[in-house]
Design a binder for this molecule. Structure first.
Ligand code: AMP
Ligand code: MG
Length: 402
């Protein structure tokens, strides 16, 4: 490929996703299944409710016996959740009933407690109640054998409760993909160290680790690697049992940007390495031996923005999930000049505006090294290549970051 070719962001993402296949399925207990993507449907093992149940505390009666009120009925027994009244209800009879208890045979409605007066064995119904009122019929929620949750679904807390109710304690989900990564740079030290006069603290390792985890992957931090080919190659080999390799820094064309050349000598086939975006033009993607390899820029903001745009979707695909870029609309909080040929991702605040679209205000400084602004950003304002100048109030597309 021509070294000058800049690939559009969407095409780069498509090319990355096209090479990625989901991890193998495994059995996962519900207690560990939050955020996991189903590899197989969840089939209901029972009907819920299993019988007609009372939805209220009160008296189970025949609706015909309470059409004219007050009605006087004889209380012949009791039904609580987990225990039924064993006999059938006859004309003029009532059974004291509690929420979740099975409706006795012959009863077809509930008179709620608040509408009754009780005198020993006698209950007076002050209000009538039509057939089926306050009754949850058998199978109202779901039937046995139905597909409650479909393969490909990312499990929410409610989904997990639903699977439990279907009496499915273990689901089949894709394995969480293991993502190996390392930073390159002779200037870098780990957080907590005492940096030398020309050194800086690596922010990318911990930042990327957190993002991988948030996306559903298992981070495998290989640390900091010096700007030397053999060190980069050695680090790469430590990633070979993982599902994907991510490098940070050294992806550009400077004398010390060795990732591409070092790994290319060791089994890397580069697909592309320049993208028409800002921040993050030098972004590399290829196949390192068997695994997908993403080379992120070293500038901390570029690294995180590119990880949001390319790595998070890749992790979603590895997990068997459906990639959907979460974008929404907002109104600009200030004017912007026309854009050049690179798609721009501007760090911005996002303010709620009641019933109107929220207001996104890009920060005046957009330096791709400034983590204080990345941390303060609520969203990225996305500007297509060659967007004309925009004024405050214009509608723009934003990608929320939190
Ligand atoms: P590079 O992509 O290696 O040319 O790095 C671009 C810029 O990002 C340089 O100023 C590096 O010092 C900085 N940088 C690279 N890696 C990291 C890192 N892990 N944490 C913080 N800054 C970094
Ligand atoms: Mg570097």
């Amino acid at each position: 490929m021509n070294a000058q070719t800049l690939i559009p962001v969407a095409e780069a993402r498509e090319r990355i996703l096209a090479t990625i296949t989901p991890t193998f399925p495994e059995r996962v207990a519900l207690s560990k299944a939050l955020g996991r993507v189903l590899a197989e449907d969840v089939i209901s093992q029972r009907m819920q409710p299993p019988a007609d149940l009372s939805a209220m505390d009160g008296y189970a009666v025949r609706a015909a016996d309470v059409t004219s009120v007050p009605a006087r009925l004889r209380v012949v027994g009791e039904a609580a959740a987990g225990s039924a009244y064993a006999l059938a209800l006859n004309e003029g009879e009532a059974v004291r009933i509690f929420t979740g208890a099975p409706l006795p045979q012959g009863a077809d409605t509930i008179v709620i407690q608040e509408d009754t007066e009780r005198y020993g064995d006698i209950v007076i119904a002050r209000e009538s109640s039509p057939v089926a009122r306050h009754v949850r019929p058998a199978g109202l929620d779901f039937k046995e054998g139905v597909t409650g949750l479909h393969a490909g679904r990312k499990l929410s807390p409610a989904d997990i409760a639903f699977a439990a109710a279907m009496n499915v304690p273990v689901v089949i989900a894709h394995r969480r993909p293991k993502i190996a990564f390392f930073s390159t740079g002779n200037e870098l030290v780990l957080p907590g160290a005492t940096p030398g006069p020309n050194q800086i603290v690596s922010s990318n390792n911990d930042g990327l680790s957190a993002l991988i985890e948030e996306a559903g992957g298992v981070p495998h931090d290989l640390g900091i690697v010096s700007d030397e080919a053999h060190a980069i190659q050695s680090a790469g080999r430590h990633a070979l049992d993982c599902d994907m390799l991510v490098t940070l820094g050294g992806a550009s064309v400077g004398d010390h940007d060795l990732v591409q050349s070092a790994l290319s000598e060791d089994g890397l086939n580069v697909d592309f390495w320049r993208i028409a975006m800002r921040p993050g033009k030098p972004l590399m993607f290829g196949r390192y031996r068997e695994m997908p390899m993403l080379g992120l820029p070293g500038n901390p903001v570029s690294a995180l923005v590119c990880a949001h745009l390319f790595l998070v979707p890749a992790i979603t695909r590895l997990q068997g999930g459906q990639v959907r870029l979460r974008t929404t609309q907002a109104r600009l909080g200030r004017s912007l000049p026309e854009n050049d040929r690179r798609e721009d991702y501007l760090r911005a605040s996002l303010e709620d505006a009641g019933n109107e679209l929220p207001v996104a205000t890009p920060f005046t400084r957009q330096d791709s090294s400034m983590l204080s602004l990345m941390s303060a950003a609520d969203c990225l304002v996305i500007r297509a290549p060659h967007s004309p100048a925009a004024k405050a109030g214009d509608v723009v597309t934003v990608m929320p970051l939190r």
